[in-house]
Design a protein around this ligand. Structure first.
Ligand code: FAD
Length: 509
């Protein structure tokens, strides 16, 4: 007997999302978090990409959107020095929610609490060992050191992951010698904001609103004549390795402004200060025996606005598979698909974030030309749509085993409008409980009968939809399509193929 089925190390967004998804799948995880209180250092300013669709499929998006302090931004994203202006598309493949990370963590913690997750703060994992049946963790808690055992451990413990180190998993990659600083600060009284947003600094002169490149870096100024609060952004080449949990300070901002534009500004107490550095690292594998990695512990990408999406989607992909192991119905090889699916997904995110480094970092005329050509390409619908989907991660199709392939197999299930005997609903609503779903769109009693053998695990729904993409969809708890039957596919091929897909993903009937 172990103390817990699954221990999650770290109560950041990835750990909290993992815990909630495990609870939905019927497992009671224990979350160990070294910090006694929730973090107060600002990190992400928002959440974007396919995770928003997933939150909608869990019935959480409205609640998360209601907590935002700012309006939904236009779907326009920085892409390494150029812009993805998705406002040109009627159905943009990517959206964002301006939900600061501290708020996101509070909401995720509330949700985990509602689902009955056991979260222990002030408990730091310092050691780990495993055998064929369990993992033993050494923990430093408020009452002293102790050991705790679990069948599985998920390291959601961030960039400097102790769990990754204890599992002996390498984290190769590159550190870019570049530091970005963001600040919102009140201006000193003597500085004037001109009508065009430029700042007039006595004894120095004008600082332009917008972006200015200098020999020492890049300065961004966001200002308005109606406000004394200004946003500053600086980017400099600097090889210091900062710890994200060590807050940035006002003197650090002042030093950076002095280096980049040579101005001495005595700004007031900051409303927001954050600093980010860029690393491109991916764990060489996401699993060592009974220890798994997710989130920043598994990958660090050299661009903004990406990491939470990738980490929280790891959590969603892994949780139901781990739950299947714990509850005893996991087919052989199910847990291995976490690595097979999420490692390539991480590599694809690495691909476009590394491309962003190349676009962003050049300062000469050739680099300017590259940015201009790239920006021009992004005025056409197809490249724009493709890049948007790549950044959002909505183009991810997991490899589906078996001979039967449908264009939707492996893709995120579309939110079809469904007409049922009880009224209208949608695929998103069927996924709220995070259970596997067999969705029959063509009254295929033959296929419903096959799925009935898995009724303890798979919910069967019958509905009609206007433009039917398939007769039947088999949808995994992470909302990806495991299998689909083409229109009017005969029972003698569809039934065995469905049986195979059900066994592959949800075990023996
Ligand atoms: C300034 C800044 C801006 C950012 N902006 C964005 C953005 O706009 N969009 C975006 O998507 N991402 C952004 N990011 C990245 C984002 O913040 C991270 O990707 C995210 O925090 C990763 O979540 P996580 O849960 O995987 O890890 P973390 O948030 O790092 O959480 C790990 C948790 O594990 C705990 N822990 C660590 N070691 C142990 C241990 N041994 N025992 C127990 N607990 C432990 C830590 O205390 C922490 O609470 C930004 C980051 C920074 C620094």
């Amino acid at each position: 007997m172990t103390d817990a089925d699954v221990i999650i190390v770290g109560a950041g967004p990835t750990g909290l999302m993992s815990a909630a998804e495990l609870r939905l799948a019927g497992v009671r995880p224990l979350v160990l978090e070294r910090k006694a209180r929730r973090r107060d250092v600002p990190k992400a300013g928002g959440l974007g990409g396919q995770i928003l669709e997933l939150l909608r499929y869990r019935g959480l998006l409205e609640r998360f959107a209601a907590a935002c302090t700012e309006p939904m931004p236009a779907p326009r994203f920085p892409f390494g020095g150029v812009h993805l202006d998705l406002t040109q598309l009627a159905d943009p493949p990517m959206h964002a929610l301006p939900l600061p990370q501290q708020l996101l963590e509070r909401l995720l913690e509330e949700r985990a609490g509602e689902l009955g997750v056991d979260l222990r703060r002030g408990h730091e994992v310092v050691g780990a060992s495993q055998d064929d049946t369990a993992v033993t963790l050494d923990v430093r808690g408020p009452d002293g050191p102790y050991q705790v055992t679990a069948r599985y451990v998920v390291g959601c413990d961030g960039a400097r992951s102790r769990v990754r180190e204890l599992a002996g998993i390498a984290f190769p990659g590159t550190v870019y010698p570049e530091v970005n600083r963001l600040a919102q600060v009140p201006l000193p009284d003597e500085v004037t904001v001109l009508g065009n947003g430029d700042l007039d600094v006595p004894g120095f002169g004008a600082i332009r609103a917008g972006f200015t490149r200098t020999e020492s870096g890049l300065l961004g100024v966001g200002s308005s004549p109606d406000s004394r609060v200004v946003s500053f952004y600086t980017a400099e080449d600097e090889s210091t390795e900062y710890d994200d949990d060590v807050p940035m300070t006002v003197p650090e901002l002042q030093d950076s402004l002095r280096r980049v534009v040579g101005v001495d500004l005595r700004v007031g107490e900051a409303l927001r200060l954050s600093r980010f550095t860029f690393k491109a690292r991916q764990a060489e594998r996401y699993r060592d025996g009974r220890i798994l990695l997710a989130g920043d512990a598994a990958h660090l990408f050299p661009a903004t606005g990406i990491a939470l999406n990738a980490g929280m989607l790891d959590a969603v992909n892994l949780a139901w598979k781990l739950a299947a192991e714990v509850r005893g119905w996991a087919p052989s090889g199910l847990l291995a698909t976490y690595q097979e699916e999420r490692h390539p997904a991480g590599a694809r995110t690495m691909l476009h974030t590394r491309a962003q480094v190349a676009l962003r970092r050049g300062h000469d005329a050739a680099a300017e030309a590259l940015r201009e050509v790239f920006q021009e390409l992004l005025t056409d619908e197809q490249p724009l749509r493709r890049m948007g989907a790549m950044v959002a991660g909505s183009d991810i199709r997991y490899p589906m085993p078996g001979s039967h392939h449908h264009p939707l197999a492996g893709a995120f299930a579309p939110d079809l409008t469904l007409h049922t005997g009880q009224g209208m609903t949608g695929v998103a609503e069927l996924m709220h409980p995070a259970r596997p779903v067999l969705l029959d769109l063509a009254d295929r009693a033959d296929l419903r009968e096959v799925a009935a053998e898995w009724r303890d695990r798979v919910d069967v729904h019958t509905a009609k939809t206007d433009q039917r993409p398939a007769d039947v969809l088999l949808i995994r708890p992470d909302a990806h399509v495991a299998w689909a039957a083409g229109p009017d596919e005969p029972a003698d091929t569809a039934a065995p193929a469905l049986r195979e897909a059900l066994s592959t993903w949800f075990g023996a009937p």
